[in-house]
Design a protein around this ligand. Structure first.
Ligand code: CTP
Length: 214
């Protein structure tokens, strides 16, 4: 199979030295890429800025902003892939304007006007009668099941991997995570706290299971 995996945060520039971003380390996305490669699949990894060495054998596409990530995902969908795993923590907002020059301290910066970024999964143009398996992630601080099911439906995923970001020992920047997978057919599967490496292997197996049934 050809896997397209996104990882890490995006950075939305304010001026040449400042940006808005989030706490994603990229560990989960890079573990997914490594798991798919280890299972013998082709991987394109579209990565925001992270401090992790690229997995050997993956085609790397490095991006900064949500717009760049959206364009990179769409162009790889257009050239063909079997599964898209949107693990990246895409910034939801970006500054309305990017200043060409560094904003000097004496100028002040009492407000930054933000506009929404493009939602990559919701605006993806998929070929008619496509067979691409779509996997989303849901980072939730409350009403995990309700919010995950809403994203599963609205972003038209085959399954969504939901995690509780209020836990200190899992999620952002940790080596471990705990996930619940919610599937399109209404079933769900809890993956108990484990290393991101082991969880990644399970997620890739679930993609392969769906592909085999198609
Ligand atoms: N996502 C996306 N494009 C965005 C934001 C998110 O494709 N601009 C994807 C993420 O990669 C993830 C899924 O949508 O697979 C859910 O992301 P999440 O941040 O949990 O949810 P949001 O859609 O941002 O919604 P909310 O802020 O209400 O939680």
């Amino acid at each position: 199979m050809r896997f397209l995996i996104t990882a890490g945060p995006t950075r939305e520039p304010i001026d040449p030295v400042r940006f808005i971003s989030n706490r994603s380390s990229g560990k989960m996305g890079y573990a997914l890429a490594a798991a798919a490669l280890a299972a013998g699949h082709e991987v394109t990894l579209i990565s925001g800025p992270v401090c992790i060495a690229p997995p050997a054998g993956a085609e790397m596409v490095r991006v900064n902003t949500a717009d760049e990530m959206a364009d990179a995902v769409q162009s790889r969908i257009n050239t063909g892939c079997d599964a898209l795993v949107m693990c990246a923590a895409v910034a939801d907002f970006k500054p309305r304007e990017v200043r060409a020059h560094k904003i000097k301290k004496h100028e002040g910066m009492d407000r930054i006007e933000l506009v929404p970024t493009r939602d990559i999964l919701s605006t993806l143009a998929l070929p008619h009668d496509h067979r691409v398996i779509i996997v989303g992630f849901a980072a939730e601080s409350d009403s995990l099941t309700e919010n995950a099911l809403k994203k599963l439906r609205e972003k038209q995923c085959d399954f969504i991997c939901a995690n509780d970001i209020t836990r200190m020992d899992t999620g952002f920047d940790a080596d471990a995570n705990e996930l619940t997978l919610f599937f399109r057919d209404g079933s769900q599967r809890h993956l108990a706290r484990d290393s991101k490496v082991n969880l990644a292997r399970e997620i890739i197996k679930n993609c392969i299971n769906i592909a085999e049934k198609r």
